[in-house]
Design a binder for this molecule. Sequence first.
Ligand SMILES: *[C@@H]1O[C@H](CO)[C@@H](O)[C@H](O)[C@H]1NC(C)=O
Length: 131
Amino acid sequence: MKVVIALLLAALCFVGLNAQCPNPKTLQDSEGNKLCARLFEHSSYYYDQSCTGKFLDVSPNEDTPIIPWVWNNRISSLVVGSSCSLTVWSHFKKQGSKKKFSTGIVYQLKEVKKGLFGNWNDSISGYYCTC
Ligand SMILES: *[C@@H]1O[C@H](CO)[C@@H](O)[C@H](O)[C@H]1NC(C)=O
């Protein structure tokens, strides 16, 4: 019986640890520098499985009107750090649709409307981030 309970607790802990999206309050790069935002290649309908794949780190006050080619129209989820805000555009050089995200986790950019019929999944082509 004790073993079963221990296993159950271990399983529950694992579910907790399984959360992928970083906490906006402690968002930092691998060297411990504060980040303005982190942009992820993949997302999921299951929030604890979102923020996966490769990621792109955005520094405080970084202005990138033309996203690196490999990242163009590739971002599906993102996290914006504490007291930061991220503005994104759907075309290079701050053209097309524009959207501002404040501190928090966007598990599914697909759920964020772009214009009348579109959404922001795989649609970001440039950004500006301030803290
Ligand atoms: C986002 O777009 C990509 C490419 O079209 C697609 O593979 C992926 O399934 C989309 N994500 C969602 C949540 O629909």
